[in-house]
Design a protein. Structure first.
Length: 231
């Protein structure tokens, strides 16, 4: 098939211990998956169903980058999260089998134009411009699931210019990684390459030009991100 023009290749993440990279397919994200974060956003934590939203692959930014302060916002927030990388197909998978389709784990930052998200949310409108924009899905290299083990009570932290802003552990997830995969596989045929941002703990806040962010989770490669001036 002849194309009128070529699009950029899909982004691909480094997988520690492998020469091959992990190509990114879809990016699913869950909102309000830590009770203290739900409360800081003005909501009571709930267990009705996970709050899903998506980002496109055009939003991927690799750890180590310096990005321009994002356009169209004056209140862009960091959200440090555990990211799950799917390595096998899954549709209506059983809870007990859910972790078997995970290829690896990584640290991510769900950059959020909070002003745009809140404006949309308050009107009952979609969050897309608040969540899905260039450089909004920041991703560190992945660690194979066999190396990391299962998500348990690993510590998750984010520092901003050396100051600790987020500090929690993965046992505080309202929906566990297994539950997220099982739930999502009721809505989609999960495929190798899909990523799941599992939600952020409390302590989200604004970024500013000159910031240096470091996201970390025990057992995974750190994520670093520097914020430059707006374009
Ligand atoms: Mn998030």
């Amino acid at each position: 098939m002849k194309l009128l023009f070529d699009l950029p290749l899909r982004p691909a993440l480094e997988m520690l211990g492998s020469e091959a990279r992990f190509p990114v397919g879809r990016i699913f994200c869950v909102g309000q998956n830590y009770a203290a974060h739900a409360r800081e956003m003005g909501f009571e934590p709930q267990r009705d169903a996970p709050i899903w939203f998506t980002k496109s692959t055009a939003a991927v930014c690799h750890s180590g980058a310096t990005i321009a302060y994002p356009p169209g916002t004056s209140n862009c927030h960091y959200e440090c999260e555990l990211v799950v990388a799917i390595g096998a197909p899954a549709f209506r998978i059983d809870l007990a089998e859910a972790l078997s389709v995970v290829a690896g784990y990584g640290v991510g930052i769900d950059l959020t134009r909070r002003d745009l998200q809140n404006k949309a949310r308050d009107k009952g409108l979609p969050w897309d411009t608040g969540k899905d924009f260039e450089n909004a899905a920041v991703l560190a290299p992945l660690t194979p699931a066999a190396t990391f083990g299962n998500p348990g009570s690993q510590r998750i932290r984010l520092t901003q210019n050396g100051e600790v802003r987020q500090d929690a552990d993965l046992s505080q997830l309202i929906w566990s990684v297994s539950e997220l995969i099982a739930e999502l596989s009721r809505l989609y045929h999960l495929m190798p390459g899909d990523l799941i941002f599992t939600g952020t703990p409390a302590g989200v806040g604004p970024i500013a030009p000159g910031d240096r962010l470091v996201g970390s989770i025990d057992g995974l490669a750190d994520l670093t991100l520097a914020i430059g001036e707006p374009e």
